[in-house]
Design a binder for this molecule. Structure first.
Ligand SMILES: Nc1ncnc2c1ncn2[C@@H]1O[C@H](COP(=O)(O)OP(=O)(O)OP(=O)(O)O)[C@@H](O)[C@H]1O
Length: 508
């Protein structure tokens, strides 16, 4: 063989090897894709099958607190209409309660519920499990009555106990002071009737009063930081806590809070504890960690919440603009959403960071708007006052950072304006969920800039999932996930991929 021929042969065998490798890689990818598709299909089939079977097989468990009255067709229609899914062995499913008549609670609790006509879907499905002592993960849209979903069984458990409850028995942990305070306001409606004490513990206010209240209370609502502080100084004993709730559970299980939660949980009655997690968004990243705190949990979800999804009663408008156009645009939007017949409509504006919020607040005031603000640079007293003015309607414009994104139940917020897009699309769903609550409708108007293009794909999915129009300008960003420094926030800016854990924001 000549030198040339040898060379040619070598080149050929290298080419063959390359082609072979490419083919192998492609086969591997095809196989993986096929498996992924098959797994997805199997999962879907399983869900459908479980839905079909569950009507026939669900137990009419006698919890003492539930008298099942609804017929199979009624339940079947309810499951379908509300897209209920219960993740639990089919033979251990319990039938939901569709009316308050099906509950046999302590009469004082029952009377507190009489202001409502019927349970919300998350209450209907989770109550039978909770009343029978099970650990529950409850996932339902924003504003769907989750506080009473976990609160009613908690207080009913206390009042129906054979012995008088001693020490702290029920503990609810929430990520922000405002939310803790709101949960407290709801639970007090139940505890007052039942002649029990309830106390709210959060930072930014003196400890003395909280210490005194903790000595005699059975129910505590707390933010993690202050609670740990009081635990460390020996002002609170959690060893009798047998009903523990993490509200906004996905936020509570994020990196920054995780350690605090572990430290709190280990001080509770770990053997006899019923553990609950409630949230509107349940990303994959926290599911495994959650299971380490729970025992044989039932996962109840309302609406198709496997995919991140927004409340469908909210009209979502997304506008792609340039960064520099934002503040002018905001003034136009306020004219649009607060003029004529809409003059007194409540509008909630979200900024991303407190510096931005402070600047926009000044600008709005300069333009003659009476605006209340709530962000981390303000004292707790200022925050509380701003929120209560907005709640009562004394002011109809509130500017907030993500401190107010989750859980806050403010009546009649007609419009949410996202001046700057949040760090994650989960936060977007929570923010816009401040409108369209308790069956009402609302509008969310979002200003989106190129700085956030890495979140465009996930946002498009949320818009599609709620049958909302997707602007062409947004589609142009595709599903880009490239890391990039934010021109407005520079080094403070963290690019958050939907597949990674979101950045922790400390509110406590
Ligand atoms: N059975 C019911 N019928 C009608 N309204 C109800 C019922 N239960 C609770 N509500 C009301 O619905 C509103 C929203 O409830 P809640 O704040 O518990 O929502 P949520 O699901 O916790 O929302 P988020 O995810 O934003 O925290 C409250 O004003 C509450 O009083």
């Amino acid at each position: 063989m000549t030198k040339e021929e040898i060379k040619e042969k070598k080149r050929k065998s290298q080419d063959d090897l390359k082609t072979e490798r490419k083919k192998h890689k492609k086969d591997k990818k095809d196989k993986k894709d096929k498996k992924h598709k098959k797994d997805k299909k199997d999962k879907k089939d399983k869900r459908e099958e479980s839905k079909e079977n569950c009507i026939e097989q669900i137990e009419k468990v006698d919890t003492g607190a539930v008298i099942h009255k609804s017929s199979e067709p009624e339940i079947s229609a309810f499951y379908k209409e509300n897209e209920v899914s219960v993740d639990y062995p089919i033979e251990r499913h319990i039938q939901p309660v569709l009316t308050f008549d099906e509950l046999s609670l302590d009469s004082r609790i029952q009377s507190a519920l009489s202001v409502f006509t019927k349970p919300t879907p998350i209450q209907s499905v989770s109550w039978p499990y909770l009343l029978s002592g099970k650990d529950v993960i409850g996932v339902a849209e924003t504003g769907s009555g989750k506080t009473f979903a976990f609160g009613v069984p908690a207080i009913n458990k206390l009042v129906t106990q054979s012995s008088k409850p001693k020490g702290v028995q029920v503990l609810v942990i929430s990520p922000t002071r405002e939310l803790a305070s709101q949960i407290y306001d709801n639970l007090v409606l139940l505890t007052e009737k039942a002649k029990l004490d309830c106390c709210c513990v959060y930072g930014g206010v003196p400890k003395h009063e909280q210490r005194e209240k903790l000595k005699k209370t059975q129910v505590v609502v707390a933010t993690p930081g202050r609670l740990l502080d009081l635990m460390q100084e020996g002002s609170v004993d959690l060893s009798n806590v047998s009903y523990l709730v993490l509200d906004e559970a996905d936020r509570m299980l994020e990196k920054g809070f995780e350690e605090d939660i572990k430290n709190i949980m280990k001080e509770t009655n770990t053997k006899g504890r019923q553990t609950l997690m409630f949230t509107a968004t349940w990303p994959k990243e926290v599911r495994e960690l959650a299971s380490t705190f729970m025992s044989d949990p039932v996962k109840v979800s309302i609406g198709n919440r496997d995919e991140l999804s927004a409340n469908k009663r909210i009209t979502q408008v997304v506008e792609v603009i340039e960064q520099f156009q934002k503040e002018k645009k905001l003034l136009e939007l306020l004219k649009k959403y607060q003029s004529g017949a809409k003059k007194n409509d409540k509008v909630l504006i979200f900024a991303l960071y407190k510096k931005e919020a402070a600047r926009v607040e000044r600008n709005l005031k300069y333009n003659g708007y009476k605006v209340a603000a709530i962000h981390g640079d303000l004292s707790q007293q200022q925050r509380t006052q701003a929120l209560s003015e907005f709640k009562s309607g004394a002011s109809n414009l509130l500017l907030a950072t993500d401190v107010a994104a989750r859980g806050l139940d403010i009546p009649n917020v007609k419009t949410v304006i996202n001046l700057t897009f949040p760090l994650t699309v989960e936060d977007y769903v929570h923010r816009i969920g401040r409108t369209g609550r308790a069956g009402q409708t609302g509008t969310a108007h979002t200003l989106f800039t190129e700085q956030e293009k890495h979140l465009a794909g996930a946002l498009v999915n949320v818009l599609n999932g709620a049958n909302q129009p997707v602007p062409e300008d947004l589609k142009k960003f595709g599903t880009h996930t490239k890391k990039k420094e934010h021109s407005a926030y520079g080094a403070f800016y963290k690019d958050v991929d939907m597949n990674k854990k979101p950045k922790k924001i400390t509110f406590d």
